[in-house]
Design a protein around this ligand. Sequence first.
Ligand code: AMP
Length: 126
Amino acid sequence: MPFAYDDQNIFAKILRGEIPNDTVLETDHTLAFNDITPQAPVHVLVIPKGSYVCHDHFAAEASDAELVDFARVTARIVAEKGLSPGGNGKGYRTISNAGSHGVQEVPHYHLHILGGRAMGRMLQKD
Ligand code: AMP
């Protein structure tokens, strides 16, 4: 079954300029902005400008240009925030929630970049 994209989701409204965002980086294909409820000193959301619901939708259907741009934007943010283990940073975590089991709240694909503190174990048992 094809993905059904809800264009009334909050990130779609951000992309249309209907609600504000705290932009970190913007390119032709990608927007990155600070999470409104940060879970760490650095908490940036990276989203494609295209209408993709979740990671596997984006990975399967985005163009090469969109895919590369998204990856490069993510790397630039990690570098610019001083998080990269390759640049003496202490590291970070990326998370992408998908669907109900992934507890995805906003149905527009997004990658969380979290850093600036130790993240703890990857998953809780609950
Ligand atoms: P997820 O559970 O992966 O769908 O996460 C959605 C994230 O979007 C949460 O971390 C929210 O804090 C964040 N969020 C929701 N609305 C906004 C907004 N208007 N601007 C920035 N971040 C938002």
